[in-house]
Design a binder for this molecule. Sequence first.
Ligand code: C2G
Length: 133
Amino acid sequence: MSERTVITFGTFDVFHVGHVRMLKRAAEHGDRLVVGVSADALNVRKKGRAPVFTEDERMEIVSSLKVVDEVFLEESLEQKRDYIVQHGAQVLVMGDDWAGKFDWVSDVCDVVYLPRTPSVSTTGLIEHISTLA
Ligand code: C2G
């Protein structure tokens, strides 16, 4: 049987346990995990602020994980179908904060939304750290 490639996307800024659990669970959906890391410019457009860590730093962190086989830079949400086809992915895994938002790529792959880890977020961590300073 041929190899099943999983693809997922995220910013992975201020990397935390919610991120690593999502990547581990995504990897369980196939044999190979490819991760699109959101570009700094995409983040500014999406969230109105630059990430704490640069895209190069975030790609270095994500690519060093043993469950991750390949990383690439995600420049725009609209290119999702092209990225899936380019990387030969059979399944797209996303956190359920995106539930339903990427069903439009289901003509080229399976689309799975997984529940997020409760009570941890990059925004919450930034706020928490700022109270310690
Ligand atoms: N995540 C999680 N639990 C948390 C926080 C995040 O499972 N407590 C998951 C998200 O659901 C996502 C991944 O970790 O699957 C990365 O999260 P973010 O960096 O917040 O991703 P986001 O900025 O939403 O980028 O193409 C879509 C975007 O690139 C997604």
